[in-house]
Design a protein around this ligand. Structure first.
Ligand code: MN
Length: 361
């Protein structure tokens, strides 16, 4: 057995009596891995852990979260699908009062393993690039060794669809669809609809996230999530995404280095949903979208589905020298933000680096 698997089992065994919290990301993979992990821990320990999330876009642990964990006297924290090693400081603070398990598939930025913390990244288990093994499937696989999770397979599938990992896990997803008799055409089946539903709650009305999580926790089958008040956000999102998709086609800027650049000013934060759809059509182009709400910061996402450019590295290079900037993620999918006044500098850097990355190959 792999060393990581042994350590995982022992870590759960050693901490299963403790007051436990599960912190999850709020995209479909993050929500699904949170649900799977919470249900698995409940089955193992007989107690419901506290399941919670931060604000959208907060992919490391915030000071607020540290405070909340302390107040709630949490002794064991499980973090799923968050790039918490990008900011190790809050982790060190939590280590003063709790043990921490990190399950993630983003690029490793800092080594967090210690006597208090066990960090398992998908890449360490399989050797393949982390984006191909989303945390909904990683947590499903890891915890399936400790308890029966067969009835949660459809939840893992939603996370896989959310992180564009269908082709990597075709047999698993198709097998699950077959098992329950769902529609075979992926984009028309109910799991794909729930993926979009989660995205629409995250993007259109984040205040409903709590409600979504509660409905999800009690759902026995996908149909149980088809609630009117949750579904109404989906329609609005589709309209806005369709509008900006057309704008993109008309106003996109094409640069050397197979770079396509586009700035948008949407009403809601649709950039991740939009860029995932665009990149399905432009798999061999580097797509960068910048979302501008006329606030202090602008937010950007990048995609490159054929892996020929590491967009996490590209964005990290493009923000070099820009104060208060963040950037990172996966090889085919990354994101970040900069203060708005540095947008021109960011764009220039990006164009320069995009040609460099290509010519180095
Ligand atoms: Mn993920």
């Amino acid at each position: 057995m792999k060393e990581e698997l042994k350590e995982f089992k022992k870590f759960i065994e050693d901490n299963k009596e403790k007051r436990t919290a599960v912190l999850h990301h709020t995209d479909p993979d993050g929500v699904c891995s949170g649900i799977i992990t919470a249900k698995a821990l409940e089955r193992i320990t007989g107690k419901k852990p506290l399941l919670f999330h931060q604000n959208p876009g907060e992919i490391t642990v915030t000071e607020n979260t540290v405070k909340e964990l302390k107040e709630k006297q949490i002794q064991f924290l499980v973090s799923v699908d968050l790039s918490v090693d990008q900011n190790p400081e809050p982790i060190k603070e939590i280590e003063e009062f709790a043990k921490i398990l990190v399950l993630d598939h983003h690029k490793t930025y800092n080594e967090l393993n210690s006597t208090e913390t066990l960090m398992i990244k998908s890449k360490d288990l399989t050797g393949v690039e982390g984006s191909k093994y989303p945390v909904s499937k990683l947590s499903f696989d890891l915890f399936s060794d400790l308890t029966d999770l067969k009835d949660l397979d459809w939840i893992a599938c939603i996370g896989l669809l959310g992180d564009n990992a269908y082709s990597e896990w075709k047999d698993f997803v198709d097998g699950t669809i077959e098992k329950y008799g769902f529609e075979k055409k992926i984009e028309e089946n109910i799991l794909f609809k729930i993926k979009k539903l989660i995205e629409s709650i995250e993007v259109m009305d984040y205040s409903k996230m709590e409600n979504l999580i509660n409905v999800f926790l009690s759902a026995k089958k996908p149909e149980d999530l088809m609630k009117k008040d949750l579904l109404m956000e989906l329609e609005g999102m589709e309209k806005e995404v369709a509008f900006w998709r057309m704008e993109f086609e008309q106003k996109k800027e094409v640069f050397p280095g197979e770079l396509i650049y586009f700035e948008l000013k949407p009403e809601h934060s649709i950039k991740s949903v939009l860029i995932n759809r665009i990149s399905q059509r432009y798999k061999n182009k580097t797509i960068v979208l910048v979302q501008d709400f006329s606030e202090e910061h602008v937010y950007f996402s990048a995609r490159r589905q054929d892996f020929k450019v590491k967009v996490n590295d590209l964005l990290e290079k493009a923000v070099e020298g820009i104060p208060e900037a963040t950037a990172g993620g996966h090889i085919p999918a990354a994101a970040g933000r900069i203060p708005r006044k540095y947008l021109k500098q960011f764009k220039e850097n990006l164009i320069k680096k995009a040609t460099k990355v290509k010519s180095e190959k």
